[in-house]
Design a protein around this ligand. Structure first.
Ligand SMILES: *[C@@H]1O[C@H](CO)[C@@H](O)[C@H](O)[C@H]1NC(C)=O
Ligand SMILES: *[C@@H]1O[C@H](CO)[C@@H](O)[C@H](O)[C@H]1NC(C)=O
Ligand SMILES: *[C@@H]1O[C@H](CO)[C@@H](O)[C@H](O)[C@H]1NC(C)=O
Ligand SMILES: *[C@@H]1O[C@H](CO)[C@@H](O)[C@H](O)[C@H]1NC(C)=O
Length: 551
């Protein structure tokens, strides 16, 4: 899962101890081609047919028996870790949204429908925990989505965790109860899209169907929260043969294409494919000039490429927009640090800020997959470079765990360093970056990218790195009854004997972190990247139904 955060707030934080440098300029050219016609005509049949012949996964048939033995042993270790976490959840919070591990009690954070239960269904299935899966299935059958638990529903989260979880459970098991539940819940969410531009409200009163913004009385939202429905809704339209869902989700593409992308304030140029994250859905306008591939923007970009793949390469507009975005990311959105690593940053108009949150770690994985699909070596090498930088944030730490957010110092921009506090400078000297937010909250994004890179290249170094991270989680996050976050990744619990706890165990830990860890060590044809596409919450959706443009 990627997250959203107010870009304006983040910008203030950056400016407080920030630095400035001008980004290069580009003319505002736009070339979006090959529009998908929902009535079935593909403008580009030859291209689509060529793409359909392609496979992306590495051929693992020559794996040595020693590598295989170690890999399978590790898969079993991950599975034991999962069972440990699951038994805590079962004992103290079964059917609840989350387990409060420290206080051994349930926590209601997502309308009380059982976020962890639903989010983890596919993990249970893929790990081969059949009895657990069937027990969970019977709990899910009893969920009443009409009872909102006295909370407004967060539309984006409800889609990625619940709708995605139910869909994947249906895909894997073939049990139609899950599909019926997914339809029931999505139909309850549909009133959120009842807005002038057809983009969803952030929050929804499930009982009345009245939408609202997270800031009371406002109409603000962000790219990720309006642009992370296309995969789930596309698959739902396929499975129900009802185009309504897909069309609602695709509105965001139409809306963005009709608007200018990132523009420098007072300037006369744009950065194609990069959109400010903050959007007023009633006014139909961007409300800041900050564009970011981390929290607030992330899964909007992610879904451009993945929905294209899921649609059997039919949704050209999504790919073209992705292609445009990646070129701008490569040109304006990344910078080399003093340690020689290529990090993504944060753009505000013409300014680049050397700041990366851990959500940006999804980029190498999705980019590597898309590069293999379109056959682009330069995009693939960009993905490898970004992964080296992202991994350094984990690998440089004694915990092997990465901070929630870092700042880095650009090579050739001395002020990046000079303007830092002496404490921050000392961190740059030691690690190559500043730990802006030094905690680790069991998030999956870097592990996710290691998974893609391992499956696409067969290089065991990616698996070994994931194993090191798992060891770090074991040392620092495992406590009685489950796993929690750790407050400072630069201090390892095995050195101090103290667990510096962040009391948080979100459903994505079971749904994503464990799933990607397991899949890195499982036999490589388990959920092959040639047959499945993972949503932003790591829910695999099947590519088995060829799409001809109609539902
Ligand atoms: C939903 O709207 C109804 C009617 O206005 C109200 O009674 C209820 O409290 C609202 N639910 C939430 C969670 O705010
Ligand atoms: C398609 O789904 C929408 C949204 O749930 C619903 O209103 C409509 O009746 C459905 N159409 C058909 C033909 O089932
Ligand atoms: C607009 O762009 C043109 C061509 O790049 C440049 O010559 C001109 O100075 C720019 N004007 C402003 C106001 O930036
Ligand atoms: C991406 O855009 C570039 C530049 O316009 C173009 O050369 C390339 O063919 C595009 N790639 C795909 C897969 O559309």
């Amino acid at each position: 899962m990627k997250m959203q955060l107010a870009a304006a707030g983040l910008l203030c934080l950056l400016l407080a101890n920030g630095t400035h440098a001008a980004a290069a300029r580009s003319p505002g050219s736009r070339a979006i081609s090959g529009l998908y016609d929902r009535h079935g005509a593909s403008a580009n049949a030859a291209r689509v047919n060529a793409l359909r012949q392609r496979t992306v996964q590495h051929d693992f048939s020559d794996e040595s028996s020693e590598d295989k033995r170690i890999r399978r042993q590790r898969a079993e270790a991950i599975k034991s870790g999962f069972l440990y976490a699951w038994s805590g959840y079962k004992q103290y919070a079964y059917g609840a949204d989350e387990l409060d591990v420290v206080n051994k009690r349930p926590r209601t954070t997502r309308n009380g429908w059982g976020a962890t239960l639903v989010d983890a269904l596919d993990t249970l299935w893929i790990l081969g925990l059949e009895d657990e899966f069937h027990e969970a299935r019977n709990m899910v059958a009893k969920i009443d989505f009409h009872n909102d638990g006295g909370q407004l529903a967060k539309v984006f989260e409800t889609n990625i965790r619940y709708v995605g979880g139910l869909l994947a459970a249906h895909e894997l098991s073939g049990d139609r109860m899950f599909l019926q539940k997914a339809v029931e819940l999505t139909d309850l969410l549909m009133p959120a899209f009842n807005t002038p531009l057809g983009l969803p409200w952030q929050m929804l009163n499930i009982t009345t169907g009245v939408g609202s913004s997270e800031s009371p009385g406002g109409s603000s939202t962000n790219l990720a929260e309006i642009g992370t429905f296309q995969m789930e809704f596309f698959r739902l339209s396929q499975l129900t043969r009802n185009a309504t869902y897909h069309e609602a989700a695709q509105n965001v593409i139409t809306t963005m294409l009709a608007r200018n992308p990132l523009q420098a304030p007072g300037g006369n140029y744009t950065i194609p494919g990069m959109y400010p994250t903050d959007f007023d859905m009633l006014a139909g306008k961007f409300t800041s000039s900050a564009a970011y591939w981390g929290g607030g923007g992330d899964s909007f970009y992610e879904y451009l490429a993945k929905t294209w793949y899921l649609s059997d390469f039919m949704l050209h507009r999504n790919l073209d927009l992705w292609n445009e975005s990646i070129q701008s990311l490569a040109k304006y959105g990344v910078a080399t640090s003093t340690s020689g690593l290529l990090f993504p940053g944060f753009l505000d108009g013409s300014k680049f800020y050397p700041y990366a949150d851990t959500f940006t770690n999804f980029i190498p994985g999705t980019l590597a997959l898309a590069s293999k699909l379109v056959g682009s070596d330069s995009y693939f090498s960009l993905a490898e470079d970004l992964l080296e930088a992202g991994y350094s944030v984990f690998g440089e730490m004694p915990t092997s765990l990465g901070a929630e957010a870092i700042r880095f110092v650009r090579k050739n921009v001395p002020t990046d360093y000079q303007l830092l506090s002496s404490t921050a400078q000392a961190q740059v000297d030691k690690y190559g970056f500043v730990l802006s937010r030094p905690y680790y909250m069991l998030r999956p994004e870097l592990i996710e990218s290691l998974f893609y890179m391992y499956r696409l290249t067969g290089k065991t170094i990616y698996a070994d790195r994931a194993w090191a991270i798992w060891q770090g989680i074991q040392r620092n996050c495992r406590i009685a009854n489950g796993y929690v976050g750790t407050a400072d990744v630069s201090v390892d619990a095995s050195d101090t004997g103290i667990h510096n706890i962040v009391d948080s165990t979100e459903s994505f830990f079971y749904a994503e972190t464990f799933l990607y860890l397991y899949l890195i060590f499982a036999d490589q044809d388990t959920i092959s990247l040639d047959d499945w596409v993972f949503t932003t919450e790591a829910h695999p959706l099947s590519r088995a139904n060829a799409f001809d443009g109609t539902f």
